[in-house]
Design a protein around this ligand. Structure first.
Ligand code: ZN
Length: 176
């Protein structure tokens, strides 16, 4: 499931009871993990649908300096259906990243500093989001998921580590 391109959803699909229930399930799963993003293939549904929320609590372990270097700021809950990514600023930013579907591990991934995602929202209406810093990273990580790509495909392989070991030498990273 994680390696298959996900199926796009129509406006009517998004408004269906099944998809609205799936959105709620994904929201709860993301909170329980806890994570800052989740794609439908991660819960066994091959659909092009992601949920994202980066709460203040999720970054409480970071110093003010670390938040600034990562461009980390709270992002309210939102849904992106059929996300299509466009790079706005390709300047690479490299940080450790993890994934709820590969729990226990982390690797350094160079991500574009700013991206735009065109998608449908939770009502099935067109929406466009531009992200910088950590939010840009989350958008890239989640859009990758619906295309069957995982962070391990993009990471610097020599940085791959267990979370346990990584925590000894760096700050904990959010899971998406
Ligand atoms: Zn992930």
């Amino acid at each position: 499931m994680l390696r298959l391109p996900a199926r796009p959803l129509s406006r009517e699909d998004v408004r269906s009871r099944e998809v609205q229930q799936l959105i709620e399930l994904m929201r709860e799963t993301m909170y329980a993990a806890p994570g800052v993003g989740l794609a439908a293939p991660q819960v066994g549904e091959p659909l092009s649908l992601v949920v994202i929320e980066d709460r203040a609590e999720s970054m409480a372990h970071l110093s003010a300096e670390e938040r600034v270097s990562r461009g980390r700021a709270p992002i309210p809950f939102h849904v992106l259906v059929n996300p299509v990514l466009t790079v706005v600023d390709g300047t690479p930013a490299s940080f450790f990243e993890g994934c709820l579907s590969l729990s226990g591990f982390a690797g350094v991934v160079a991500r574009a500093s700013s991206v735009r995602v065109d998608a449908l929202d939770h009502h099935g209406d067109p929406t466009s989001r531009t992200g910088v810093g950590w939010y840009a990273r989350i958008l890239q990580h989640e859009t990758d998921h619906v295309n069957g790509t995982l962070y391990i495909d993009r990471m610097e392989t020599r940085s791959f580590t267990s979370v346990e070991n990584q925590a000894r030498f760096s700050v904990p990273r959010p899971r998406t």
